[in-house]
Design a protein around this ligand. Structure first.
Ligand code: SAM
Length: 274
């Protein structure tokens, strides 16, 4: 018996009109839809008057459901994989099933479509030639800072997914570790209250503190500067701040904030101050 095909189907991230004609056709044609949340996907199917058997495929049942779906494919069924929103496999379930399908030699067809990361990057106005998708930063500040230390020297534009509950503390940590870089925060993309705020990280932080931003959001941050700031300037500027009455710690913080120089570099320079 000929094995079926696994179709990777992106779905809208807000505006239902963003579904593609090809995805609609595939959803109508397949034998089974594997959905991250079947109730969520049912609303999408109802909107487009599609009736199809569905089964759940989410982070808590991947181990059992993966082999089950592969078995269905090997028995000749065609399956469409969808997540709640956007591209399956991008901060959503999908990668394990895709790997299993490849291992089994099952035909795999991916369809293009919405993904919040790429849309936010393109409208950020920041360089798009090279970029790094970082997904969600860790929720605990200590882990988050450690993760940020690891990408401090990354030159490519950085893309982060973030939740409204954590955006203010994340912005604070990103500012502290990466310095006051240019950034762009897009929330509720393609939805009624869509908004993109562009500016320095310190500006975004104060807006986030003032406005208690809500909804789904993507933060895009420019990569590390190519030219390292001159050593002598940092030291001189630190000295001036200290002579002006600041403690060394305060002077380091101020310089990171004002000049956008990586914190560690300023801190190292502060150790050599007379
Ligand atoms: N697979 C999805 C994709 O391709 O974009 C991402 C799924 S991930 C679980 C959900 C996160 O994506 C949200 O927390 C938010 O960071 C981002 N996101 C999804 N939809 C969005 C939207 N309409 N506007 C802004 N960010 C969005």
């Amino acid at each position: 018996m000929e094995a079926g095909t696994l179709y990777i189907c992106p779905t809208p991230i807000g505006n239902l009109d963003d579904i593609t004609l090809r995805v609609l056709n595939i959803l109508k044609e397949v034998d089974l839809i594997a959905a991250e949340d079947t109730r969520h996907t049912l609303r999408l199917l109802n909107h487009f008057q599609i009736k199809k058997p569905m089964t759940s495929y989410h982070e808590h049942n991947i181990r059992e459901k993966g082999p089950y779906l592969i078995q269905q494919l090997l028995e000749g069924k065609s399956i469409a994989l969808v997540s709640d929103a956007g591209m399956p496999g991008i901060s959503d379930p999908g990668q394990d099933l895709i790997r299993l399908a490849i291992e089994e030699g099952i035909e795999l067809v991916g369809l293009p479509g919405p993904s919040a990361a790429l849309l936010a990057l393109v409208i950020s106005g920041l360089p798009t030639e090279k970029f790094a998708f970082e997904g969600f930063l860790p929720s605990k500040s200590t882990d988050r800072k450690k993760a940020l230390e690891g990408i401090r020297d990354e030159r490519r534009t950085l893309i982060f997914y973030e939740s409204p509950h954590r955006i203010t503390s994340s912005l604070q940590d990103i500012l502290d570790i990466l310095g006051d870089r240019q950034a762009s925060l897009s929330r509720e993309l393609t939805k009624h209250y869509e908004e993109t705020i562009r500016g320095g990280l310190s500006e975004l932080l104060s807006i986030s503190q003032d406005r208690n931003l809500k909804g789904e959001m993507v933060l895009v941050v420019s990569g590390a500067e190519e030219a390292e700031p001159e050593e002598v300037d940092i030291k001189n500027e630190l000295r001036k701040l200290v002579e002006g009455g600041m403690s060394r710690k305060e002077a380091v913080k101020e310089l990171v904030r004002v000049r956008g120089v990586p914190r560690n570099q300023v801190y190292q320079e502060s150790l050599d101050l007379d």
